[in-house]
Every structure is written in C-alpha cells, then in structure tokens.
Design a protein around this ligand. Structure first.
Ligand code: CP
Ligand code: NVA
Length: 307
C-alpha cells in the first residue's frame, strides 16, 4: 500500500490490517503508551473544502505520533492561482513525508500521487471518502464484533459516502443495500462493477434496503459542492429518504446507526434517532483519529512498531 486514494486499491487483508492497527492504537492511547513513531515526519494537509473532523483528527493524529501536521489552505496555495497539481506534487514531495488532500475532483488526488513521490491520502473528494469508511468499519467492529455476514444499508444521496461504503462493505465481507432516488444514485462505474455481486442491492425503496439491516448509514442530501441544488434536493429526498423511527422498525431489533457528520437533523435523520444512536455516531467520529493514525503508520512504513 503506497497511497490511500480509494478503498478499491486495498486488498481485504490490507483493509483488515488497517482496522486492527486502528484498534491497537486506540488501546495504546487509552493506556497512555508512547506512540512517537513518526518523529521527524511532516504531513501536508491540503483543504479545498471545509472540514471539522478530517482536519482536526489528522492534525491531532500526526502530533500524537510525534510528527508534524502542516495545514495548507487552498486559498493560500499557488494551486488556486493556476499552478498545476503535477508541479505542486513534485514540489511538495521535496519537503513533506506525506500529503492528505480534500478536494473536488478524484483525478486531482490520483495526479498528486502519480506525479509526486510521497504517500497521498484522500481526505474526501466528490467521488470517495475512504478515511470515513475505515472509521465506520472500525466502529461497527467495536459494536458488533464482526463485519463479515453483517447486513448494511445506506439511505440517501448516492454520494462520496455511498460510493466508498459500497466498496468498503463488500471488501469487508458485509452486504450492502443502497436506497437512493432515481437521478441521485451512486457512481455508475461502481454500480456497473458491483451489479452482479451477491452482496449488493440498489433500490429506490428505503424500506426494502433497511429490511433486517444490522447497520443503517446515512449522509446529507446535499454535499459540499451541491449547495446550489439544495432546495431541489429537499423536494426529491424529503420524507422518503429519512432515517426515522418508522423506517428503523424494518431493521434488525439491535440496529446500529452511523452518520459521518455533519448531520442535517430532520432532513436525512430525525433528531430523535440521532440522539438514540449518538454514542455510536460520536464513537464513529472519534475513530477517524485512530484509524487514520493506522493509515499514516502504514503509509510511512513504520508498521513494524505497532502490534
Ligand atoms: N465526516 C467528515 O469528513 O467530517 P468533516 O467534513 O468535518 O471533515
Ligand atoms: N457527503 C458529504 C460528506 C461530508 C463529510 C460531503 O461531501 O459534503
């Protein structure tokens, strides 16, 4: 594993190893064990979109590993004045030991990796959000003790979360049913790739997707970059694509609910359901920190120190 650009780049073994390292690092932090494995290393973090969790978890994670995080706001970089991603990659590779980037176009992340000579981590694009799904899978392991054989459901916009969740769930051995309205379904290339996978179901009916589900995931109806469509999307999604008590009554009795946050309460999830599942949702947010530290260690080649 040289980069984390998308979950489909990982083998099942690599995925499970990252999760295992995440659990171990969480335990070490609880026990106050020193983890300065990345002393002298610097992670550049390029943000072309807003962030609370991704920025803070990577920044704190890098510090906890003894390394240095460097926040690079897109508005301060020459990238925003037209310097190419290719040249930016070649320059940053001379200073840094790794780059995390949150941007719009997945191709920019791929180019950064192709033209640079250091590990690149996708901190969210319009197409994928791999770090979030790693944290989600880690949280499901904590609550359910397993991933394989579980039934996952995603209700809402077929966005970056849905795309990465399809890939991550099937790679982990869970099944995944996605309920999205026509015109807002996941990426066509992903749908094509998994169309005949026995563990994958695409439907417009949330009740069908959620039926007997062990874990129900949702996310906002309008992602970053979709702001101009927000009102139109409200009309398309409202009522039907909401995770509420009635919908969850179709799920397994001990259903777990996950939301990557930020949440728009009373839109994709009711405040009632959110609060009932708040512990698991905020554990999910916390696990960004632990699993991303695992990613940093694996990419920076110091896995030997852990486990
Ligand atoms: N879930 C997530 O990626 O949150 P941020 O947008 O706050 O980073
Ligand atoms: N789908 C959301 C996820 C935010 C973490 C977005 O892209 O805005």
């Amino acid at each position: 594993m040289k980069h984390l650009l998308k979950l489909s780049d990982l083998s099942q073994d690599e995925l499970l190893l990252l999760l295992k390292t995440g659990h171990e690092l969480k335990q070490k932090q609880k026990e106050g064990i020193e983890t300065s494995y990345l002393k002298g290393k610097t992670l550049g973090m390029i943000f072309q979109k807003a962030s609370t969790r991704t920025r803070v978890s990577f920044e704190v994670g890098m510090s906890q590993l003894g390394g240095q995080p460097l926040y690079l706001s897109a508005s301060d970089l020459q990238l925003n004045r037209g310097e190419s991603i290719q040249d930016t990659a070649r320059v940053l590779s001379r200073y840094l030991d790794g780059i995390m980037i949150r941007t719009y176009d997945q191709q920019d992340v791929e180019d950064l990796a192709a033209f640079g000579s250091i590990p690149v981590i996708n901190g969210l694009t319009d197409l994928y959000h791999p770090c979030q799904i790693l944290a989600d899978l880690m949280t499901v392991q904590e609550y359910k003790g397993q991933l394989d054989q579980l039934k996952f459901a995603f209700v809402g916009d077929g966005n970056n979360m849905a795309n990465s969740l399809i890939v991550g769930s099937l790679l982990a051995g869970a099944s995944i049913a996605v309920a999205s309205p026509s015109g807002y379904q996941p990426d066509p290339a992903i749908l094509e790739q998994y169309a005949r996978h026995a563990g994958f179901l695409l439907t417009e009916d949330p009740v069908e997707a959620v039926k007997e589900a062990d874990v129900v995931f949702t996310d906002v109806w309008a992602s970053m970059g979709d702001e101009s469509e927000a009102e139109k999307r409200q009309q398309v999604f409202k009522d039907t694509y909401q995770v509420n008590a009635k919908l969850l009554s179709a799920a397994a009795p001990d259903v777990m609910v996950q939301h990557c946050l930020p949440a728009h309460k009373e839109e994709e999830i009711t405040a009632e359901v959110f609060e009932q599942h708040a512990e698991a949702i905020f554990d999910e947010a916390e696990n960004r920190l632990h699993v991303q530290k695992a990613v940093l260690l694996h990419l920076m080649g110091v896995n030997a120190h852990v486990s």
